[in-house]
Every structure is written in C-alpha cells, then in structure tokens.
Design a protein around this ligand. Structure first.
Ligand code: ADE
Length: 357
C-alpha cells in the first residue's frame, strides 16, 4: 500500500513553492514528527486500539463491500484532533487491499489541485481529505458529481462558445475528516454514505496505546508508568504517544531508563502537564476567564485575543478536551468556567467566595 505524503500530493502546487521559498516550519510540522507518527501507526483493526463500536461497524461494512466487489461508500470521520482519523483511513485501505492518497483541504486551493488528484486516482482507491470543512466552494462543486456519479464536469472556452465536458472517473472512495462537522456544507455532508464520530479514549485504552508504542520504540515502561502517562494524555492517543517519548528522555537522563509511575509523574510535573493533562495554555485560558471575566461567559474572539492565540487553535485544540472534562462550558453568550474548572485551579467559585461574608 502506498500512502503518499502531503508533499508528494502537492508536488508543483503553490504551497510547495511557497514552502521552498519559506523553509521555516513550525516545530509541530517538522518531518521528523510525521515520520514518528507513521512509524507507530497501526496498520490493521487488531492493532488499532479503542473506538470499539466504530471498528465493529466498519468491519461489517468492509466485508459487505468486498462481497459485493464494489468500492466502499464515501465516509466522513469527525471529532477532535489526534483521535486517529487518518490512522483509521489507512487501516480501511489496508483491509480493502487498495491504495490511499492523503491530502488536506487547504492544499486543494485551485480547481486544478482537486482535478489533478481525481484524474490520477485508480479504480477502488481511497482519497483521504483532511480538514474537509475548509474546502472552498469551487473544489466542493467539482467534488459533487465526482462523488455521486464518478464524473468530472468541466467547462472549456468562454461564455457563448463554452462547452461542458463530462469526463468519467474511476470508482473511488472519498474519506473526509474534520474537527468541525457543523462547518461542512449541507450538500457535501449529504453525499457521504456514512458519518462517524471518533470518541476520546479511556485511560485503559490509552494505557494500551502507550504500551504498544513503547514496545515498538524499545522503551522500557511498567503498567503503572503507562497508566500515569495515560491519565495526563487528554483522552488523545497522539498526545499519549508524544508524552511517552518525552518521558522516556527523562527516564534515560535522570533515572535508570525505565518509566515507572514515579518517573512518569515527576517528568510530567517538570513538563508542567498537570493531573488532568492540562498544559500552560489550557490553564491560562481558564485563569483568564476567571480573573478577567468573573468566570464568564465571554466570547471566543476575546479569549483568543487576550491569550495571543488563534481562534482556531483555541476551538480545535484546547476547547474540546476542556469541555469533555467538564472544566469549561459553552453557552449562547460565550464560554464559562464550570465549578469543576475553579476547583481544578484551586480557586473558590464566586458563590463560595460570597458565602464567606
Ligand atoms: N497510535 C495512535 N492511535 C492508535 C490507536 N488507536 N491504536 C494503537 N496505536 C495508536
């Protein structure tokens, strides 16, 4: 199975030349990180931990498609980042015995980007589009007939002499992934035969993910050590995998090379990742709402500006887990810190404070 990297998909595009001219990349995007993620990605359902209900449904769907000798219906996965949307798409491709082409909506800026990819697909292949809610209108319109009838409708020439050309495409499966299903246009959402939500992982599931990763990377870890890291991984395997690597650095330099509960907790304390897995930005967000806005409600733009963060980072990275953990609440008038959020920071809620007088 050939999983093409974003760079291969984007060869010759604007982003490619932009990156050549601007070689500075954000630390989280450096190639090393992607190689690391790819090296530990499970390739089949047995080694894919968690998402039990989704896995069972998918196994049946895949089996049925194989029996019918037809490509799989188009699939949409949604949920917070880091829960394994790309990974499960890779597993599906491997199970179906087909290739997968991986790209993301921001890379499909011009009509020719999406047309180029669609025309290069082979029969049965999977096209994976990450962040599909960011697809522009033109690309979306190109996708509709491609998804529905496996055709490309193209216009050549200008105004009166314009001709519409219908180009047949091989049958393919589109797998879309998004952190924001609500931002997908209705017509695009309706063209997916199956829509699935990925759930946060339990501590037990994350413990298994961590032990599996440690084994692949030859890191020595005890059950309690894995569990201690799992507790601070915000229900997210991507975070768990990063933390196990960071903690293994500490184990190697400061301890005897083995990650046990004490090594894990001590290292994560030093990294300022608290018992809930919150980092500096998460705590700054809760503190800001409490101290400057009496616990809220306050608008997301105001929060982002005060923290000098991007609204999208707050919405996609920080908020989902704070909401799920019950530390933050979303109201029609903005975000509010919950009583649990106050308790977590060791601050009395306004009603507890007034009770003192
Ligand atoms: N690494 C990242 N996600 C994983 C998963 N769901 N199962 C096993 N290893 C993983």
């Amino acid at each position: 199975m050939a999983i093409l990297s974003d760079d291969e998909d984007l060869r010759g595009t604007k982003k490619d030349s932009f990156q050549k001219k601007n070689p500075i990349v954000k630390p989280e995007n450096i190639e090393y990180d992607k190689t690391f993620e790819n090296s530990i990605r499970p390739k089949d359902f047995d080694s894919y931990i968690g998402q039990g209900a989704l896995k069972e449904t998918l196994k049946i769907t895949l089996e049925a498609a194989k029996l019918r000798e037809k490509p799989l219906d188009h699939l949409l996965f949604y949920g917070p980042p880091g829960l394994g949307k790309t990974t499960i798409a890779g597993v599906i491709a491997a199970q179906m015995g087909v290739d997968i082409r991986i790209t993301s909506a921001p890379a499909l800026e011009r009509p020719r980007d999406i047309i180029g990819i669609l025309m290069s697909l082979k029969g049965g292949e999977i096209l994976f589009i990450d962040e599909i809610h960011r697809l522009n209108k033109v690309a979306e319109e190109i996708l509709y007939p491609a998804m529905e009838d496996f055709t490309l409708d193209m216009t050549t020439g200008k105004s009166q002499t314009a001709k519409t050309l219908r180009v047949p495409l091989p049958k393919f499966t589109l797998i879309g992934a998004t952190t924001k299903a609500g931002e997908l246009s209705g017509p695009l959402r309706d063209r997916f035969g199956m829509v699935y939500r990925l759930e946060f992982y339990t501590i037990e599931e994350l413990t298994e993910v961590i032990k599996r990763t440690a084994k692949i990377l030859d890191i020595k870890i005890t059950e309690d050590g894995a569990k201690a890291i799992a507790r601070r991984s915000r229900g997210t395997p991507r975070i768990a995998n990063r933390l196990v690597k960071r903690v293994s650095d500490f184990a190697l330099v400061k301890y005897d090379g083995i990650i046990d509960e004490n090594v894990a907790n001590d290292s994560l304390d030093t990294l300022k990742i608290d018992e809930f897995g919150l980092d500096h930005t998460d705590r700054a967000l809760l503190n800001l709402i409490i101290e400057k806005y009496d616990g809220g409600p306050v608008g997301i733009e105001t929060i982002a500006a005060a923290l000098s963060e991007d609204v999208r980072t707050i919405e996609d990275v920080c908020e989902p887990y704070l909401l799920q953990a019950g530390l933050l609440q979303r109201t029609p008038r903005g975000r509010k810190v919950s009583p649990e959020g106050y308790r977590h920071l060791g601050i009395k809620t306004p009603s507890e404070q007034t009770r003192l007088f």
